[in-house]
Design a protein around this ligand. Structure first.
Ligand SMILES: *[C@@H]1O[C@H](CO)[C@@H](O)[C@H](O)[C@H]1NC(C)=O
Ligand SMILES: *[C@@H]1O[C@H](CO)[C@@H](O)[C@H](O)[C@H]1NC(C)=O
Ligand SMILES: *[C@@H]1O[C@H](CO)[C@@H](O)[C@H](O)[C@H]1NC(C)=O
Length: 452
């Protein structure tokens, strides 16, 4: 049994997440021959590293074309290099099953690393929406299929509760999300599930000859507000029971992830009971859903017995994956999110994102006692740190985009207003009301259930 050993370092500056997936393998079940095996492995590793160093640093540009300063090369190397912010760039490495396509031709790094790099709907670029529960993602997902100003708008079919979001020049999906492709990789699939699945799912429909570029996007929300919102959703009967929690080649077993409730749902659960269940995935949900769970042995808690270590690795991995995303938005900062999305993808929404008070955490907190609040914060400590990291990073991206946009003022004060196009305000309160797993895309004015 080979066990990946992982080293993760998070330095003072939140922004610099260092994560190293060491190439040394521990050979368990040692036998006499294992030390020889080890030295062979070590030599191979050294050779590989020197090869990488050579190619990555000394090979001249004209020959290798891989040494651009803008590379996300650090993702590859076993060295401790800073993870660079991946604004506008795809998550290249992990968006495909390592085994099947990583070495196949087709992807030009020159394209990927080009300064003028753009999301190209006519080529093989795919936007993948990682939808975390209770972040306002349902409505955002709807607006992705309904309200983008596209050369070829998505065509939505009420009966099938689906939209076809095809490229202008051929019938291939450019958007992987619930309302376009469906929950093809599982209900509310997380980073681990999506990255091991999206490519092969698209292969099924479109053949595996193309090399696609993936642009992951997601929304994050202030963790305490999100947690309370999930509580209310569970009180109304939501379970997300059908989520697979696929990781390491199989779904999590019932032993690894026991239900917190007996019977069909956890309807009417109190906050205290909700918080007391150790298997409740609501706690630190955002971190778990963004982390590469294979690093911590998936849902097998005995793989990494130290909780502190597990937490540290998950948080660092989540930060790193977030920074690698082409776009992420914060529910609390709609306008900024809209601007960053539009600038990043060079796409425009036909509606303005509006900020409403119900999305702000203070509203949700009125009903919660002091000690309950402390408990929630403790349970969501990783998410709180992830969120503050995300906030900084998002405003860094915003500042960068703003600085290079001569029309910023004009643009920012007229987001979602395109001349000659109909405007309909994007109501974020309604968005959160509607964030219901079982709803389809039937009628925007239906399905509005009260939040509190
Ligand atoms: C969980 O991890 C431990 C330690 O790595 C291993 O011995 C055990 O077989 C794993 N359990 C499952 C169900 O994979
Ligand atoms: C929303 O919040 C703002 C500022 O906190 C306040 O002035 C306004 O009255 C609030 N609106 C509603 C509908 O509660
Ligand atoms: C959507 O629902 C609203 C209210 O239920 C109804 O008035 C409207 O006609 C419906 N629209 C469509 C297109 O079905």
């Amino acid at each position: 049994m080979a066990k990946k050993s992982v080293e993760v370092q998070v330095f003072d500056s939140d922004f610099q997440v260092f994560l190293r997936e060491s190439v040394t393998y521990e050979i368990k079940m040692e036998s006499r021959s294992s030390s020889r095996l080890r030295s062979v492995v070590l030599i191979c590793v050294l050779l590989a590293i020197s090869g990488i160093v050579y190619v990555g640093y000394f090979c001249p540009d004209q020959v290798c074309a891989l040494t651009s300063r803008e590379t996300s090369w650090s993702d590859w190397t076993p060295f401790r290099l800073p993870i660079r912010d991946n604004l506008g760039k795809p998550l290249v490495i992990h968006s495909e099953p390592i085994t099947s396509k990583i070495s196949s031709p087709g992807l030009s790094y020159d394209d990927v690393l080009n300064e003028n790099f753009q999301f190209d709907m006519n080529a093989h670029d795919v936007m993948v929406f990682l939808h975390i529960q209770k972040t306002g993602g349902t409505s955002f997902g709807r607006h992705l299929v309904r309200d983008l100003d596209l050369e070829r708008p998505c065509t939505c079919q009420r009966k099938r509760k689906r939209c076809y979001c095809f490229r202008p020049n051929r019938n291939e999906n450019w958007l992987f999300s619930r309302y376009s492709t469906g929950w093809k990789c599982g209900l509310h699939a997380d980073w681990t599930e999506l990255t091991s699945c999206v490519d092969s799912e698209l292969d099924k429909n479109e053949g595996d000859t193309v090399k696609r570029r993936y642009f992951y996007i997601t929304l994050l929300r202030e963790p305490v507000a999100r947690y309370l919102s999930e509580l209310r959703h569970v009180q109304r009967g939501a379970t997300w029971r059908n989520s697979r929690h696929w990781c390491g080649g199989r779904p999590a077993s019932r032993e690894e992830l026991p239900h917190c409730y007996k019977g069909a749902s956890w309807r009417g659960v109190t906050l205290d009971d909700f918080a007391a269940c150790p298997y409740n995935l609501a706690a630190n949900r955002q971190t778990r859903m963004l982390a590469d769970l294979t690093l911590v042995g998936c849902y097998n808690m005995s793989y990494m017995p130290s909780k502190a270590e597990r937490d540290r690795v998950m948080l660092a991995s989540a930060k790193r994956n977030l920074a690698s995303m082409a776009f992420f938005g914060l529910t609390e900062h709609q306008k900024v999110g809209q601007y960053v999305f539009e600038e990043t993808f060079n796409l425009r929404f036909l509606v303005p994102f509006e900020q409403h008070n119900a999305t702000l955490s203070s509203m949700a907190l009125n009903t919660v006692h002091r000690d309950q609040l402390d408990k929630i914060k403790k349970l969501n400590a990783l998410d709180l740190e992830l969120y503050s990291f995300a906030k900084k990073l998002m405003f860094q991206r915003f500042t960068r985009l703003k600085a290079r946009d001569p029309q910023f003022k004009e643009r920012f004060s007229h987001l979602g207003e395109l001349p000659g196009r109909q405007n309909e305000a994007f109501n974020w309160d309604q968005a959160l009301y509607e964030d219901n797993v079982h709803n389809g895309i039937t009628n925007m004015s239906n399905n509005v259930t009260p939040l509190n």
